[in-house]
Design a protein around this ligand. Structure first.
Ligand code: GLU
Length: 470
């Protein structure tokens, strides 16, 4: 059974680079009928926050990245980690290190001054003397001194590191809490992970972790280290490049499947296909095709991908996601029209759900003023006659439907010998307040007869005022 996991540390927001790693792990498991686990790596008690845990859970849920196991909290497993540490002590593969942080700083400074790479020098590895008083020791792992560690990474290829380059990992802090490098190995073993897919910022931990797997008698999983996501200036994507928290993309009106689509393509491709449904991602994704070099986050392209997803999304799906944005604008949806009918009309014209919501307001809310530019251009004394004729025809309509509205516009244009635009545009500005809307007949149907009549009257008043000012 294939088993993968996403193992974020809850020390901040859920970063979209992390989400891409989660997505690749999720896709790999889904594709191969395996299991996906969410594990919260919260052993760093100082930096972990509940707020961050909630952001992770909310982000995963919004994205639809469901998990078969979890969330598993490492803080619930301290007993197990201690058991492993005790076992390592018994095998003489762990030791207490009493070096104080100040002492280690001095050691590193001396190494730097001598032109060496700063690393723990193993000073307590074979210590048998009397421990210094008043120091709470850390526990360190006895990393092998000779030989090499070979990683056959699915993305990076073969990476070989000499053991003499690796210092002795801290397994437990001086307060007794276990460290990431220990807990990740114990958990990936206990939880039967077959593939460890994670950011390549962890690649330098991997050889030490492999030594630890061997020391505790665990099978080493297959690793896939995914390159970082960069900002447009080539540095690692961070807040100063704009939004990096996944929930911020939710707030900015992106569809979850569009964000996933954008992220899957960031570092992986399937021919030149750009737009993928979730099912297509699962079908085509292949860990072996992930790029080994970093990718650059491109907000414009993400927005384009979002637009493409909005165009083909079902009106019901769009209604569900756009409703909170429309509510935020103060609209009351309970009096109609049906939001699905509105999203059906608007889905061809919005890049984000925020844009879609803004375009939906006139279906639910009356306005007192027209958009200045559109009114100036289309609500003129010469358009009065067309609007009056439309008003009369509309008042007489017994079935307020796109077809009958269309016929009334047609008939007006014909009688007055005007082009369709000379009738349609004034009508559009009158009933929507601005110069942009979907087809005016279908739009008017949804706005409803009473509102359209009232708004045409408002437009006629506007024209009167304009005439009086001439
Ligand atoms: N908890 C680690 C992090 O958030 C990830 C560990 C892993 O995937 O191995 O960076």
């Amino acid at each position: 059974m294939i088993r993968t996991r996403f193992a974020p540390s809850p020390t901040g927001y859920l970063h979209i680079g992390g989400v891409r790693t989660a997505l690749y792990s999720w896709l790999h498991a889904k594709k191969l009928g395996g299991e996906f686990t969410l594990r919260i790596e919260d052993t760093d008690l100082e930096r972990s926050t509940e707020e961050s845990v909630n952001a992770i859970l909310e982000g995963m849920s919004w994205l639809g990245l469901d998990y078969d196991q979890g969330p598993i909290y490492q803080t619930h497993r301290f007993e197990r980690y201690n058991e492993v540490i005790q076992d390592l002590f018994k095998k003489n593969l762990a030791y207490y290190c009493y070096a104080t942080p100040e002492e280690l700083d001095i050691m590193r400074e001396a190494q730097k001054a001598a032109g060496e790479k700063p690393r723990y020098d193993g000073r307590y590895r074979d210590f048998t003397g009397e421990p210094p008083a008043g120091v709470n020791p850390v526990v360190r792992f006895k990393n092998p001194i000779d030989g090499v560690v070979v990683i056959d990474d699915l993305v990076k290829g073969q990476v070989t590191v000499a053991n003499k380059e690796l210092d002795d990992l801290v397994l437990a802090r001086s307060d007794g809490t276990p460290t990431y490098n220990l807990t990740v190995v114990v958990d990936d073993w206990d939880m039967g992970m077959t593939q460890v897919i994670r950011g390549d910022d962890h690649l330098n931990n991997t050889p030490r972790q492999i030594n630890l797997y061997k020391a505790i008698g665990a099978e080493v999983p297959v690793f896939a280290h995914i390159p970082m996501v960069l900002g447009e200036d080539g540095s690692r994507l961070s807040k100063r490049h704009g939004a990096v928290s996944v929930l911020q993309y939710k707030e900015e009106g992106f569809l979850p499947e569009a964000l996933l689509n954008y992220l899957v393509r960031l570092g992986w491709s399937h021919g030149d296909q750009e737009i993928f449904t979730i099912d297509e991602m699962i079908e085509y994704f292949d860990l072996n095709n992930v790029n080994s070099s970093p990718s650059t986050f491109d907000h414009t392209k993400l927005t384009w991908v979002n637009e493409q997803h909005i165009k083909v999304a079902s009106p019901e799906h769009l209604a569900r996601y756009v409703a909170p944005f429309i509510a935020q604008l103060g609209c009351d949806l309970s009096q109609g029209p049906e939001l699905v009918d509105v999203t059906h009309l608007l889905r061809d014209r919005a890049k984000t759900l925020i844009e879609m919501a803004a375009g939906a307001v006139y279906f639910y809310q009356d306005f007192e003023v027209f958009e200045a530019g559109a009114a100036k251009k289309h609500l003129r004394p010469v358009t009065e006659e067309a609007l009056r004729m439309l008003l009369e025809k509309f008042e007489g309509l017994t079935d307020w439907k796109t077809e009958s509205i269309h016929a009334a516009i047609d008939a007006t244009a014909e009688t007055l010998e005007l082009g369709m635009g000379k009738v349609g545009m004034p009508l559009r500005v009158a009933v929507t307040g601005g110069g942009q809307s979907p087809a005016i007949d279908a739009t008017a149907e949804l706005i409803g007869k009473p509102r359209c009549i009232a708004r045409i009257n408002l437009a006629l008043d506007y024209i009167q005022t304009r005439k009086a000012a001439q």
